[in-house]
Design a protein around this ligand. Structure first.
Ligand SMILES: Nc1ncnc2c1ncn2[C@@H]1O[C@H](COP(=O)(O)OP(=O)(O)OP(=O)(O)O)[C@@H](O)[C@H]1O
Ligand code: SF4
Ligand SMILES: [Mg+2]
Length: 395
């Protein structure tokens, strides 16, 4: 993307008129597709330039203690019925050596935020249209939003890796587990001999707590249990000792005891290889167990963030309070779990006021105003809600 005051998307979209996306005719839909193509073609053309100078995508961290800084990230999908603002101005940091839990209901933009960081958003319809994602690889600091695809290939998998929810769909069923780990290691370490690669694979299998390492190395994914497959996925994700591990719902497909073992393993390995974790989950219990910091997302925006302990002790945003109330508690008997009434607004037609207003039981006059600004209530804890207007923290 070029430097300058406005991104390509902003320059083009200022010329286009907004559409009423709720009731569109086939003609209007065709018009939206043409418009989308114009926007995405221009962004893609810029992305596909050859020999982009480093000065366009190398940057510096705002705080050198962070490994990642999301800064006003906007990731949109240009669909035939309108623009889905999946991530709409997200800012938060991932400090080095820490675990940051990202929570929120389905569809609030958790995965799209992490896919933006990996440059794996479905293109051409999905595009980062504004903002920066600064990533400190140890040697250089990249703005991922501007980093060319060929450079990104050297970062993805080796400096940032990802653990997905369903290991069976992420592992290739026709190759043995060991071969798949070998492949990841040799891809990122072409100088290593075959024997060195195998030894490292076995060492990694051992590290994720698998006793029979030689046996498992030679097994196919279908011969392994769900928990074992997830351990193999973790082995592959950690094989290159990444600076950051993104774990997107890593344990939801597993039963509760295995879930706890895998989480403990991840926590332990993160410290062993001196990495950080971005942990995406619906489950506030998992965050409480694992995370140092919590980011609560709602409808493509961060509504509350802070140290895990402070958010647990004093959840501020009515949405966070609702999420907490819908979390099962082990020592309390409840007949029915609470669920927040209503649903997330249509991501194509977001309101101009607080996105949570129509579901909020604490709304008052002021909430009809513009979307609330983020208010810092302690040095590390902030919330976007009018209820806290008079609580602003000053250093
Ligand atoms: N390829 C796509 N095309 C169009 N819209 C998309 C696409 N991928 C995601 N979206 C939209 O972006 C929004 C955010 O989706 P995302 O997958 O980030 O949610 P999530 O918070 O990860 O939810 P879940 O908890 O269900 O995984 C949703 O409204 C979703 O419909
Ligand atoms: S700003 Fe108002 S409507 Fe929005 S969450 Fe706060 S109290 Fe509720
Ligand atoms: Mg998701």
């Amino acid at each position: 993307m070029s430097e300058g005051k406005h991104t390509i998307f902003e320059r083009i979209s200022r010329k286009s008129k907004p559409k009423d996306v709720m009731h569109i005719t086939a003609r209007e839909s065709a018009q939206i597709s043409r418009e989308n193509r114009r926007i995405t073609d221009a962004i893609e053309k810029e992305r596909k330039r050859k020999n982009v100078p480093e000065s366009e995508y190398l940057t510096t961290m705002r705080n050198p203690d962070n490994v990642v800084e999301f800064d006003d990230l906007h990731t949109y999908f240009f669909t035939d019925i309108g623009t889905v603002k999946a991530v709409d101005g997200v800012s938060f940091d991932i400090p080095k050596g820490k675990t940051v839990g990202v929570v929120g209901e389905s569809g609030c933009g958790k995965s799209v935020t992490s896919l933006s960081l990996m440059q794996l958003v479905q293109r051409p319809q999905g595009q980062i249209v504004k903002g920066a994602i600064r990533f400190d690889s140890g040697e250089k600091v990249y703005d991922i939003a501007k980093t060319p695809t060929n450079v990104m290939e050297t970062i993805r998998g080796s400096k940032i890796s990802m653990i997905f929810q369903e290991p069976m769909t992420s592992l290739n069923p026709v190759f043995r587990a060991g071969d798949q780990i070998d492949e990841v290691i040799s891809l990122h370490n072409p100088q290593m001999s075959k024997e060195e690669v195998k030894n490292l694979s076995l060492e990694m299998i051992d590290m994720v707590g698998i006793a029979n390492k030689e046996g498992v190395y030679n097994m196919y994914p279908h011969e392994l249990s769900g928990g074992m497959r997830q351990r193999i996925m973790i082995t592959m994700a950690l094989a290159c000792k990444p600076r950051l591990i993104i774990a997107d719902e890593p344990t939801t497909a597993l039963d509760v005891t295995i879930q706890a073992q895998i989480l403990a393993l991840l926590r332990d390995l993160k410290d062993k290889i001196n990495s950080s974790i971005m942990l995406i989950t619906h489950d506030l219990g998992v965050v409480a167990e694992m995370a140092d910091y919590v980011v609560v997302m709602y409808a493509g925006r961060v509504v509350e963030r802070g140290q895990a302990l402070e958010v647990y002790k004093e959840p501020c945003h009515p949405y966070t309070i609702g999420l907490m109330a819908s979390k099962p508690v082990s020592n309390r008997q409840v007949r029915r779990l609470y669920s927040i009434p209503g649903s997330v607004p249509n991501p194509i037609n977001m309101p101009s006021y607080c996105y949570f207003r129509d579901r909020c039981n604490k709304r008052f006059e002021k909430c009809n105003g513009p979307y609330p600004e983020e208010i810092r209530i302690t040095e590390t804890h902030s919330v976007s809600c009018y209820l806290f207007d008079d609580r602003e923290f000053r250093d």
